[in-house]
Design a protein around this ligand. Structure first.
Ligand code: S6P
Ligand code: ZN
Length: 192
């Protein structure tokens, strides 16, 4: 017996279709404390969409052995010098890894380990990114069009947003002289 596929992904746009899809949207108004220049963010249009996520969740959230598949759409824009970006998270199950791949646009995947060492990988159509467990991750759009990125992660990974809300990432991605630069926010070694 041959069955039609229950889900589809448009390979050009990253748009998912089928059942078990969850759609979420994050607007500037829901991203208080995320960007360095909070007063600039607060003065902008709070309804402006920063990013959307579509996620295919064919099993219950938390199912061991299951997989989720998603597409993130991050809009172009900046808050001051800082590019529009996702909130970012560690996985609740710290060992859970994830794949990202670039579909459209230009951006940076900002990564930070538990020692708060931060680095970035440039994202572009066809780029493939393995995010190991115990590494927080966030996407920033450094281009002029919507950044579209695919993702696949364990259904029991969960999301720990609280650690990032409390401490943030140790570096911020800013536009410096017209180009993206990852600017450390902390000294590596506190002076004695
Ligand atoms: C899930 C995966 C992505 C993000 C999405 C939005 O593990 O990493 O689907 O959820 O990019 O980012 P955030 O930080 O708001 O969940
Ligand atoms: Zn994740």
């Amino acid at each position: 017996m041959l069955l039609a596929p229950p889900f589809r992904v448009d390979l050009q746009s990253g748009v998912l279709s089928g059942e078990h899809l969850i759609h979420s949207v994050r607007r500037l108004g829901a991203l208080g404390g995320c960007f360095e220049e909070e007063s600039v963010r607060a003065a902008m249009d709070q309804d402006r969409v920063v990013y959307r996520v579509s996620a295919l969740m064919p099993v219950k959230d938390g199912t061991p052995g299951g997989l989720f598949f998603g597409t993130s759409f991050v809009e172009p824009g900046r808050v001051g010098a800082e590019y529009f970006m996702t909130k970012g998270h560690f996985h609740q199950q710290r060992d859970s890894a994830e794949y990202y791949w670039g579909i459209q646009g230009e951006g940076v995947l900002i990564l930070m380990d538990e020692q708060r060492r931060c680095w970035g990988e440039t994202v572009s159509p066809g780029s493939l990114h393995y995010i190991p467990g115990r590494v927080a991750h966030r996407l920033a759009n450094t281009g002029e069009v919507t950044l579209v990125v695919g993702a696949c992660w364990p259904a029991d990974a969960g999301h720990d947003y609280a650690s990032i809300a409390e401490q943030g990432f140790s570096a911020r991605l800013k536009c410096v002289s017209g180009k993206p630069a990852l600017i450390p926010q902390e000294c590596d070694e506190p002076s004695p």
